[in-house]
Design a binder for this molecule. Structure first.
Ligand code: MEV
Length: 318
């Protein structure tokens, strides 16, 4: 019997990935129509909580000594939440079913979406109130487990489900943008954020001055991006995305497949396009003048080999 359901969105980074890890500002927005879901069911026959990951067709008990590999992250997350909180959810008699539309390791925040979702579910099961600040704090702990050195932007935008201007150590600024249309194209190549961030860190150590300059330039673009979002200047936003992309190429996080999809989007009339997330695979995002244009570019991206395409609208003042 279904007890309750919850969900969390995907995210895209419009400006500032990687630079945000080094203290620069960045802008991320939720993708509300691409989501991770969870449902809690009551099943009194279960002697320990049971988790089903529908996408992998696996089910296991939280008391299993040898859980499936694909379940390790989820079990670890549940244990971490238990360590950090004093939640007391029922010790048996329930099943948690998880499924997700967010492709994994593609820069769309799939791991942060699952982390935020698990925390919300565990608090609900424990009938304990959860503040947004607690959700962000706890999901950051889980992100540290997944990524080692995360900036915190992914779990923040997903927790808030609002566009954010984010800078480490500063108060989070919620953006009130005008309406924007985006198309997201997935190269189909999975890259773990932790690895790409570590490679950038290695290059940074060898060439600090150059990388600091690039990160600062990216930070300035994020500042201008904020204005473009608030004033509804789609052309400016596109131009800034293109500049951000060339700086991301300079730090070595683009890839031939991303370059190809970005070129197709620009050739087909996007106002600007860039990779989003850690890069070296994963997804690109392009801004367009209209919903129809975003749809037609999605078609061209598919023809050019994109494995998934999502068209999404950033709603004015949301
Ligand atoms: C990942 O979505 C964005 C990165 O900047 C890493 C981070 O901010 O933690 C690459």
């Amino acid at each position: 019997m279904k007890l309750f359901q919850d969900s969390t969105p995907a995210k895209i980074i419009l400006f500032g990935e990687h630079a945000v890890v080094y203290g620069q500002p960045a802008i991320a927005v939720p993708v509300s129509d691409v989501r991770a879901f969870a449902e809690v069911q009551i099943d009194q026959t279960l002697k320990a909580p049971c988790i089903r990951i529908s996408d992998y067709n696996i089910e296991f008990s939280l008391s299993d000594k040898d859980p499936p590999d694909k379940a390790i992250h989820i079990i670890k997350a549940i244990h971490l939440v238990a360590e950090k909180t004093e939640l007391s959810y029922p010790p048996s008699g329930w099943r948690l079913i998880i499924w997700s539309q967010i492709p994994t390791a593609r820069g769309l925040g799939s791991s942060a979406a699952i982390s935020v979702l698990l925390i919300k579910i565990l608090f609900k099961l424990s009938l304990t109130e959860l503040s947004l600040s607690k959700l962000i704090e706890l999901s950051y702990e889980l992100e540290q487990y997944h990524h080692g050195r995360p900036s915190g932007i992914d779990n923040t935008v997903i927790s808030l489900e609002k566009p954010v201007f984010f800078q480490k150590g500063r108060e989070i600024q919620i953006i009130k943008p005008q309406i924007f249309y985006f198309v997201i194209g997935d190269t189909g190549i999975g890259k773990k954020t932790v690895h790409v961030v570590a490679e950038v860190a290695e290059r940074y150590e060898k060439n600090k001055k150059l990388y600091d300059d690039i990160f600062q330039s990216i930070g300035k673009i994020a500042d201008q991006g904020l204005k473009a979002l608030e004033t509804g200047d789609r052309e400016k936003l596109g131009e800034l995305m293109n500049i951000n992309q060339s700086l991301l190429e300079d730090i070595g996080v683009s890839s031939p497949e991303l370059d190809q999809l970005i070129k197709v989007a620009r050739d087909e009339g996007a106002l600007g396009a860039k990779l989003c997330g850690a890069g070296q695979g994963g997804c690109m995002v392009a801004v367009t003048m209209s919903w129809q244009k975003a749809k037609s570019i999605a078609e061209s991206l598919r023809e050019a080999g994109a494995k998934n395409c999502f068209v999404t609208v950033l709603k004015g003042g949301s």
